[in-house]
Design a protein around this ligand. Structure first.
Ligand SMILES: [Zn+2]
Ligand SMILES: [Zn+2]
Length: 470
């Protein structure tokens, strides 16, 4: 919104004449701010026309108010027609020299045309708007009609009071005939002009602040959710509901204190059953050889360790493997970690992996259920077409063959492997390698399991840091 008023004051901006007697004009809106100016300027000032020469001054009425006719103590507002770029520049320069605080332009002879907007090419001086940044004071535009009327009035209010008011009026209002009556303009604008950059910046800053707050809130919420998920996962691991091997928790090994808690003993004659398959003995007594080194458990000469899966190995053969390489029994791939064991740190990657696995499992379960239904349906159809007694192989999935412990698997690879080194240290390392080979955890696959998400770009990592739930 903007407003414009022009009234008659004396040249020191004192109201001498009642407004209904002298010139008085008021208008709401219809003022364009062509340039908001780099310095704060008063919104009130006495109007005058800057002195320019040549064609630029030709269309002006006689005796318009000039700068010299104003009191030096009053802010001066310049007014001039917008005729051509060169004339405008001359006017702007002249107003600068006069120390004018603002400039008011109007396009002459366009009485019926609406006032062009602040961004209109009308106000283009062919310098890509450079003139705006060069002009320190505000520049306004008013309608053609208002400008021309004001200019006519300025030719009246440039001399002494008796040149505009009759002697009777001067007498009635007690105004000296040699008093100076001038036109005072009051322009107020609120930031509706198209070139009001500061307001645009404030707007952008507000948008930016809102965005930052939104992103921050979202990120914080996601971090809280993710922390809860990590705690939930930790609790589920502690309850033994999660297969920690499948979470890709990196190289999962067994701490020494857990190894120490496992049963260890020196086999004696009655713990070892020489003939395999003897029914009276229960595991671990079935094992007569260490599957890692393929040596027999010689009586009273070695220490053996029994894993929770009841497989037995030499201490020397299994301990280093569990401590350094894997938490799984090399024979049956069962984890030797106690139920509820929570390894180290649960990260967001583990949460994501867990969720992914559970989603997959749920999807598989749904598929299986759907498959059962369709296979049942097809069974009915088959029963309709086939003989009653025919057995339907597809009705039941073939039973999964229980993978029994391959007692001979060690034997098969025995020929391929080099003999155990003689030194104790060398032998332990060798045994670890053997156990690794048995577990099927070769070097490459082990590395892969250590990095469940190897192809994560930096941008994605950053995004995940800010929005961990993605
Ligand atoms: Zn052994
Ligand atoms: Zn086992």
């Amino acid at each position: 919104m903007s407003s414009l008023s022009i009234t008659t004051y004396d040249d020191s901006a004192r109201l001498l004449v009642p407004q209904d007697v002298a010139f008085n004009f008021q208008q709401d809106s219809n003022v364009r701010t062509l340039n908001s100016g780099s310095q704060s300027a008063p919104s009130v000032g006495l109007l005058y026309v800057p002195n320019v020469t040549g064609v630029c001054a030709q269309s002006l009425p006689q005796n318009v108010t000039r700068y010299q006719a104003l009191s030096v103590n009053t802010p001066a507002f310049a007014i001039a027609p917008w005729i051509s770029p060169s004339c405008t520049l001359s006017y702007l320069q002249a107003a600068s020299n006069d120390m004018a605080v603002a400039f008011v332009f109007y396009v002459p002879d366009q009485i019926n045309a609406p006032l062009a907007s602040a961004n209109s090419p009308t106000w283009d001086l062919g310098d890509s708007g450079h003139w705006r940044s060069q002009t320190a004071y505000p520049v306004y535009a008013v309608a053609s009609q208002v400008g021309q009327m004001t200019m006519q009035q300025l030719s009246l209010y440039s001399g002494n009071a008796d040149s505009v008011l009759s002697p009777q009026l001067l007498a009635v209002h007690n105004i000296s005939s040699d008093a100076h009556l001038r036109l005072l303009i009051n322009i107020t604008t609120t930031s509706s002009g198209g070139t009001n950059l500061p307001s645009i910046w404030i707007f952008l800053l507000i948008i930016l602040a809102i965005l930052i707050v939104l992103i921050g809130t979202l990120s914080l919420t996601m971090h809280i959710i993710q922390r809860k998920r990590r705690n939930d996962l930790r609790a589920r691991i502690a309850r033994g509901e999660v297969n920690i091997e499948s979470l890709g928790l990196g190289k999962l090994t067994v701490p020494q204190e857990i190894i120490d808690r496992m049963n260890t003993y020196t086999p004696s004659a009655n713990t070892i059953v020489p003939e395999k398959g003897s029914s009276q003995a229960s595991p671990p007594l079935e094992q007569s050889t260490c599957a890692i080194c393929l040596d027999d458990f010689t009586e009273s000469q070695c220490q053996v360790r029994e894993l929770p899966c009841r497989h037995v190995f030499h201490n020397n053969c299994i301990d280093l493997f569990l401590l350094d390489t894997s938490s799984m029994c090399p024979l049956c791939k069962q984890s030797v970690l106690p139920e509820g064991y929570v390894p180290g740190k649960i990260t967001n990657a583990h949460v994501r992996r867990d969720r992914y696995l559970r989603r997959n499992a749920a999807r598989r379960a749904r598929h299986a259920a759907a498959g059962n239904q369709t296979s049942n349906a097809s069974n009915l159809m088959l029963f309709g077409s086939q003989a009653r007694g025919s057995t339907n192989a597809s009705a039941h999935a073939p039973p999964i063959e229980m993978t029994s412990i391959p007692e001979h698997s060690g034997m098969q690879t025995a020929q391929a492997i080099p003999a155990a080194p003689a030194t104790t240290q060398g032998r332990r390392e060798w045994a670890r390698g053997r156990a690794l080979a048995m577990s099927g955890l070769q070097g490459a696959s082990l590395d892969e399991s250590e990095q469940p998400e190897p192809r994560t770009s930096k941008a994605r990592k950053l995004l995940r840091r800010i929005f961990p739930s993605f």
